[in-house]
Design a protein around this ligand. Structure first.
Ligand SMILES: Cc1cc2nc3c(=O)[nH]c(=O)nc-3n(C[C@H](O)[C@H](O)[C@H](O)COP(=O)(O)OP(=O)(O)OC[C@H]3O[C@@H](n4cnc5c(N)ncnc54)[C@H](O)[C@@H]3O)c2cc1C
Length: 474
């Protein structure tokens, strides 16, 4: 008798209908959608964090770390676009977030602190639980292995428990970039500082030079954190293209030109047409963000239909532009970055990170190659903030579960090695190319399947569709 068979006989394996691996926004929204469906099922969410619904993004504690879209754009309910606005209206009326007055805009236009958004997700989970005949339980552990059997899935947890479920869903989110510079943290001013850790930043000399790698939205958050911590010294930002995110405005609706013309498929054609539409808008006195925002709804279709060559072209040539124009900054944070840039305190340079040099006095020394130069340059600062993003290639993620799933052949890398392969319903495709009947994925692991598979609205839509899919099959 195998160890797992013995455990089953001894009652040491807990059973459930659905096992959700990861209790960030994706896992939690899937749980909410399962609770809302008729029938009775048992759902276990395995998440090492103390609270469900937060993950990395919504564990934020600073009011200045906000969502990058206003409340009207960030509902977790695909059937009610006003869900967050309604929740927020009640929350503010009950005395929550008194500082929201300072934004002088209607509730639907507020940019909500991400920690507060986590609370919203949690309250929606609590309400769904209270109204459902199904149950959701948080198991606080890491899943370190997963096996797929004929009619079930079996998870091994870090605390030695086993869980058996009819289905398992990988809602494991994003993994930090593998090239995260590692230096021994030997003192207050030494090496890598978390972009969101204001208290660590308070311990820096306020006049010291801080180096930041990456110039996307995480960098914007890091600058907000530094400001909050009282840092007043120079901030040197380095990224390959040296592009800053644009500020998010609220443009009016624009004709859905991609719905009207489905013939556009190459990245070059698409970019040309988007630019033409943007020029057209500006000519009419309308914000260029209006046409760009219509593209979002088509990205999944365009990406999944694109050939591998076109996908590569998009990643190589369009991605930096797409990231800075589409993933835009919340206005208050963007104002801060623009002000510091204008004062000359924040400089942004196009340069690629080559490595860290040893340093004797606790400073950080970066080796960089500036764009267009052959030689490398050394840059010194009192601290380093790594905002260089996410590792989507699971083969490079040094966590037990991704490694075990790859070793067992239960998953294979997704298109361009972005996340893992899956069909359109989220059924994970194994090393033989077969879509699983038992194992599913949602959110960031499906980056290669949909390209945009991370934002609140992506996750909310996937949760609803996947819940329906799982319940149909039970
Ligand atoms: C800092 C930040 C800011 C963001 N801001 C915005 C924004 O303004 N607007 C927007 O639309 N989107 C934003 N996003 C994107 C998006 O909303 C989030 O990425 C979203 O949280 C995705 O949810 P998730 O549950 O898939 O992933 P995560 O939030 O990363 O959660 C995954 C969870 O899985 C757990 N996990 C991983 N592996 C295992 C395992 N083996 N066993 C058990 N648990 C495991 C982790 O502990 C984690 O809590 C932001 C993301 C980040 C990181």
């Amino acid at each position: 008798m195998s160890e797992t068979e013995r455990a089953q006989v001894n009652g040491a394996i807990r059973n459930a209908d659905v096992l959700i691996v990861g209790g960030g926004l994706s896992g939690t929204m899937l749980a909410v959608q399962l609770l809302r469906l008729p029938g009775t099922r048992r759902v276990l969410v395995i998440e090492p964090r103390a609270e469900l619904g937060r993950g990395e993004a919504y564990s934020a504690v600073e009011l200045g770390h906000t969502l990058n879209g206003n409340a009207a754009r960030m509902s977790v309910d695909p059937d009610n676009a006003d869900d967050l606005t309604q929740w927020l209206t009640a929350y503010i009326a009950a005395g929550g977030w008194p500082e929201s007055d300072q934004q002088h805009v209607p509730v639907s236009e507020l940019f909500v602190p991400r920690g507060m958004f986590g609370l919203y997700a949690q309250q929606r989970l609590a309400e769904a639980k209270a109204q459902s005949t199904s149950s959701v339980e948080h198991i606080r552990a890491e899943v370190i292995d997963l096996q797929v059997q004929v009619s079930s899935t079996l998870l091994t947890l870090s605390d030695g428990q086993w869980l058996r479920g009819e289905f398992a869903v990988l809602a494991t989110g994003m993994f930090p970039a593998a090239r995260t510079p590692q230096t021994a943290s030997s003192g207050l001013n030494a090496a890598a500082v978390d972009p969101w850790d204001v208290s660590a930043m308070r311990q820096l000399d306020p006049q010291s030079t801080v180096l930041i790698i990456g110039s996307g939205l995480t960098m914007v958050d890091a600058v907000v954190s530094l400001d909050q911590a009282g840092h007043r010294g120079p901030i040197e930002v380095f990224s390959r293209h040296g592009l800053l995110p644009h500020v998010r405005r609220q443009p009016p609706a624009w004709v859905d030109f991609l719905a009207e013309d489905q013939s556009l498929c190459s990245p070059r054609q698409l970019l040309r047409e988007v630019r033409r539409q943007c020029r057209c808008a500006v000519h009419q006195g309308i914000d260029w963000q209006a046409p760009l925002d219509t593209v979002r709804a088509h990205i999944g279709r365009l990406w999944s239909q694109a050939s591998e060559r076109h996908k590569r072209q998009f990643v190589r040539h369009v991605r930096p532009w797409w990231e800075s124009h589409h993933h835009r900054s919340p206005p208050l944070s963007a104002e801060l970055v623009a002000r510091l840039h204008g004062e000359g305190r924040l400089r942004i340079q196009a340069a690629s990170f080559q490595g860290l040099e040893p340093s004797q006095n606790g400073d950080v020394i970066l080796r960089l190659r500036r764009r267009g130069e052959q030689h490398t340059t050394l840059v010194r600062g009192a601290a380093l903030i790594n905002s260089s993003g996410i590792e989507y290639d699971w083969r490079r993620v040094a966590r037990p579960l991704p490694q075990q799933l790859l070793a067992r052949g239960l998953v294979q890398p997704g298109p361009l090695a972005l996340g893992i392969a899956a069909d359109v319903s989220g059924a994970v495709v194994d090393a033989q190319g077969l879509a699983s009947q038992r194992l599913f994925a949602m959110g960031p692991p499906l980056r290669g399947v949909w390209w945009e598979s991370t934002a609140v609205t992506d996750v909310a839509l996937q949760a609803k569709a996947l819940a329906a899919r799982l319940v149909r099959t039970t």
